[in-house]
Design a protein. Structure first.
Length: 61
């Protein structure tokens, strides 16, 4: 019984390692993408605020 379990673990270990590495790489890349999208969102919000401020100033005149 014990030998069967060891053989099962040894046979599936490379696949589990590959899946773990793939998940780690994909997760790491997604964090960078989220950070980049967040920075772009902040830049776009600043541009929108500047334009709205210009509109408000021109309407006050």
């Amino acid at each position: 019984m014990q030998r069967w379990l060891v053989e099962l673990i040894v046979s599936w270990l490379p696949f589990m390692i590959l899946i773990g590495v793939w998940l780690w790489i994909s997760h790491r890349g997604s964090i960078k993408k989220v950070a980049l999208l967040y920075e772009r969102q902040i830049d776009e919000t600043r541009r929108t605020n500047a334009l709205l401020e210009r509109i408000a100033i021109s309407l006050e005149k």
